[in-house]
Every structure is written in C-alpha cells, then in structure tokens.
Design a protein around this ligand. Structure first.
Ligand code: AMX
Length: 440
C-alpha cells in the first residue's frame, strides 16, 4: 500500500499515545449518566463509542474530520473535468485526518483499480442464488463468500503479534473497498440486465469505474456517483451499519465478516433500505392518485394517510439530526443543476415543502426534516437507474469507505472486545426500589 499505509501508521501511533495519556490522566472523568429510558429506548445520546473518522452535530449535520459536506465539495480533489469530489479523497481524509493532494487521490484510485480483481468463486456463489433474491442479500452473501481472501484471518491462524493486527486489517480493508464496485455491478447486471456484464476500466477512478460497470457511461451519472459515494460514506459511529461493523470487529473478526454484518444492518428499512422505501412510497402515491405530479395538497393528504395507517414516512426523521440533513441539501443542489424539471425530483421537493409541518404537528416525531434517503432515489431514477431495490447496495459501497477506515483505526488503537453491561426488567424494578441486585 506504500505511503498511505506509512502515513496512517505514523498518525495512529501518535493518536494512540495521546489516548494512553488521556486514559491515564482523565480515565475516571464521567461523560454522562445513563437513564432508564435510554437503556430501553435505543441508547440515544449515550456516549459510549470512539469513532475518529467523522462527528455528527444534531443541528449542523455530519463533519468529516472537521469538514462539512459543502466544504468537501469545494476542497476535495476532482476527476479531470469533473465537478464533484472523488470519494477516494474522503477516504484519505477519514484515514489520515488531513485533506489529500491530487497525487494522494490518484495513488488511491490506482491502488483500488489494481486490487479490484474478484475471484470467480464469488460470482459462482452469486449465480447460485435465485435471481429474485434481494440485491442487499446477494451483496452480503458475496462479501461473506469473499472472506476466504482475508489476509488477517490467515495470518491470525498462523499466529501474529497483536501489535501487527492493524497492518493485515489495513490490507484487507483496501482489498475489500477495491472489490466492492465490481461485486455490486455484477449483482446489478445479473439481476436487471440479463447477465450482460461490463468489464472494469482500470483507467477510471473508483466511482467512475462503478458507474461504467453498472452501464451508465455518461458525465452526469459519473458526477452523481462521485457525489453519492462521497456523502453516504460515514455518519459517525453509532448508526447501525457503522456500529455493527465496529462491534463485530472488536471480536477480531476480519473486515469481510465485519462489513457483511454492517451491510445486514444497512439492509433494514429504518436505516439504509429507506432509499428504496422512499421511491416505493412516492410511486405508490402517484399510482393511487393517478398522476406523476401530485400537488402539495394531495401530498399532504397522503402523508397523513401514511401516519394514520401506522407506517413511517420514509426519508424523514433521524435519531440524532434535528435539522434538514446536509446530505439531502447537497443532492437538492445537484438536482437543481442537473435535473430541476424531473417529475420525481419535483415531487421530492414538494414533499419537503409540506412534510416537516405535518410530521412536527404529531408532537412525537423528534426530527420532522428529511434525511439523506429522501432524495437519492429520484436522482438515480432520473439517470435511468430505475431499479430501486438496488439503491441500498450503492449506499453500501459508499459506506465501506467510512466503516472500514474506522476499522483500521479500531485495530491500530488496540480497542478491546466490546461488551456493554445489560440488565433485565427485574433488575430495573429492584433498582427503582433501591434494592441491591446481584450482577453477573
Ligand atoms: N414517519 C412516521 N413516524 C415517525 C417517523 C417518520 N418518518 N420518524 C419517527 N417516527 C415516530 C417513531 O416511529 C416513534 O414512534 P413510536 O413512539 O410510536 O414508536 C416516534 O416517532 C419517535 O421517534 P423518534 O425518536 O423521532 O425517532 P427514532 O430516533 O426512534 O427513529 C428513525 C429514527 C430514522 C428510525 C425514524 O425517524 C424513522 O423511522 N424514519 C423513517 C425511516 C427512515 O427514513 N430511515 C432512514 C434514516 C437515515 C438512515 O439511517 N439512512
């Protein structure tokens, strides 16, 4: 991996020394108290994880190593003639903690292209699955099948010093990131394009090559993929896909197993599958109203009907954010340049005009504003990628950048196996009464 790996090691050693000192001097300082409600209700707001790659602010949204999405769109290197950042640059930033140069990004693009070979047995495994299998299930199975390639797992079996874990984890993460676009594109072309596969183009950047292998060789779609794969990459450590990857990694499972776990979490409708659900929700609404351009009154009624039926309005709400997601705004800006008159894009914007007030009026939805998934499907549809069941796979390819950079940090910092304490309701009742309860 050359100089990126060397730079990472220097940074990681210096952060590890800082952490050692922090724990020695301030290890007993209390970060917060856990309430009974937090223990029962999804651990919201409990600070119990360290994730170096990005930090989420409830009002301002995600910052990657301190940089907001608008700043990254301006500052990260772009492909020649391109308008959007290259996701390799964001990966470098998350890994090293500093903005990359053009050469750093070129180096990563070339490295990923060189390492992108996927062994045939992985395609054979995919081929054995019924064609109707959901693309996310195919993706997760293919990643697990690829685990045979794990360098970390092989070296661990041979016996390695724990100080060297990070080095093999790093190699695995690079190889996996390099291979994911090929696997994802294979699943797409198999399921939706009669198995008419497109060979990779080693001269292209990571996102450009993904667009090419999916079969959308045009400037607009290349730009969309570069933006999409950048903004979906990371959202600090507590979201389901990041947390699952990190948790499984703490047992020293290799990056293939960790990332497959993360993808199984991303496949849930309250997390990454929401991008598919948004498109289905809009299409169901249009079908029911017999129009592809519902007006704001019709949309308002449909939102109220969705709530009355006890369903969620997909693409709205968030466990941490309390404002419009800047990832939504970035996609909205992209759409204003590339496809402002697209009927589904117009509908996404009209939903945005009315949904926050209706959701806010329920009094229980803590964040009535759109998240990243409210917009992405309409953009993909516009460029011809109409198969919404595939959308979460694209999210997953992007998410690899953040969670695998995070995994490199986890092992470089020597984080131990994760094992929070759980209690039962009997314990909680006794605790409320002030009675002592025996713990394991
Ligand atoms: N539509 C309808 N009801 C919603 C809602 C929405 N968009 N968002 C929250 N609620 C409901 C919850 O279901 C909960 O209802 P309950 O008390 O009857 O169980 C109540 O409002 C309080 O929930 P909350 O504290 O505001 O949200 P949360 O932290 O529990 O959940 C999230 C967050 C994202 C799961 C939720 O907002 C939701 O289900 N949104 C729709 C699905 C979605 O867009 N997910 C994608 C999120 C981004 C991502 O991970 N990719």
């Amino acid at each position: 991996m050359g100089f990126v790996k060397d730079r990472f090691k220097v940074k990681a050693d210096s952060v590890a020394a800082e952490i050692k000192q922090i724990i020695a001097e301030h290890g007993n300082k209390v970060l917060g108290e856990t309430t009974i409600a937090q223990a029962y209700q999804g651990m919201r707001g409990i600070i119990g994880l360290i994730t170096e790659t990005s930090l989420l602010d409830a009002e301002d949204g995600i910052r990657f190593r301190g940089y907001s999405i608008p700043e990254l769109r301006e500052k990260l290197p772009k492909a020649p003639g391109g308008t959007e950042p290259l996701p390799e640059g964001l990966f470098y930033l998350m890994l090293i903690g500093e903005l990359p140069s053009e050469e750093d990004v070129e180096h990563l693009s070339a490295t990923f292209a060189r390492k992108s070979h996927v062994p045939n047995y992985v395609f054979d495994v995919i081929e054995k699955l019924p064609i109707s299998t959901h693309p996310m299930t195919q993706f997760s199975i293919a990643i697990t099948a690829l685990q045979k390639e794990s360098i970390f797992a092989k070296e661990y079996a041979n016996g390695i010093n724990k100080k060297e874990y990070w080095s093999y984890i790093f190699e695995d993460c690079m190889n996996l990131i390099a291979r994911l676009p090929r696997i994802a594109a294979y699943i797409y072309r198999r399921k939706y394009k009669n198995g008419d596969h497109i060979q990779p183009n080693g001269m292209l950047d990571w996102a450009g090559n993904f667009a090419h292998m999916l079969g959308y060789d045009n400037k607009g779609f290349y730009a969309l993929m570069r933006l999409y794969l950048t903004i979906h990459a990371d959202h600090e450590g507590g979201n389901v896909s990041a947390h699952a990857t990190h948790l499984v990694g703490s047992a020293l499972s290799d990056p293939y197993l960790c990332f497959a776990s993360g993808m199984n979490g991303l496949a849930g409708p309250l997390h990454g599958l929401a991008n598919q659900e948004v498109v289905k929700w809009i299409e169901d609404m249009c079908q029911e109203l017999n129009t592809n351009a519902p007006n704001k009154d019709q949309i308002s009624d449909y939102i109220k009907k969705t709530l009355t039926e006890g369903k969620v309005v997909p693409g709205y709400g968030h466990a941490v954010l309390r404002k419009t997601d800047p990832r939504f705004t970035a996609q909205m800006e992209f759409a204003k340049t590339h496809c402002p008159d697209d009927p589904m894009v117009q509908t996404v914007w009209n939903v945005y005009a009315v949904a926050p007030e209706i959701l806010g009026a329920t009094g229980k939805i803590k964040n009535p504003f759109p998240n990243v998934d409210a917009h992405s499907g309409a953009l993909l549809k516009h460029f011809g990628l109409i198969e919404e069941e595939f959308y979460t796979v694209i999210f997953g390819v992007s998410r690899a950048l953040g969670v695998l950079a995070g995994l490199c940090w986890d092992r470089a910092l020597g984080f131990p196996i994760e094992r929070p304490k759980s209690v039962d309701t009997h314990w909680i009742k006794a605790f409320i009464k002030g009675e002592a309860v025996k713990e394991d």
